[in-house]
Design a protein around this ligand. Sequence first.
Ligand SMILES: [Zn+2]
Length: 106
Amino acid sequence: MDPMMIVILAVLAFIVTYMAVSAMKSRQELIKKKVIVTQLKCNSCDYSERREFKEGDYVGKEAGECPKCGGKLLVDAIYLEEVEDIPGFGPGVSMPKQSKPPRIQK
Ligand SMILES: [Zn+2]
């Protein structure tokens, strides 16, 4: 076997190992991040939605109009939720995975 070929194979093996290790590392770097979530609920129907907490939110506060029936949207609950944060993806991943809970039809 050509000694040059062995060197190339060794370098390739090193690169593959390095990539595998760094891929594992980045997976371990998934940080559980705590996000304050505001749960909004319609006063008149069963519509509810969740969004990131904004300063000034409090339980019982009017938070706009219900997109379903036009009724009052009120802050129903404010709570801490753990979300997976992937470093390097920017602030876009700070929202909970399911920002829209499934609508329950009565
Ligand atoms: Zn409604």
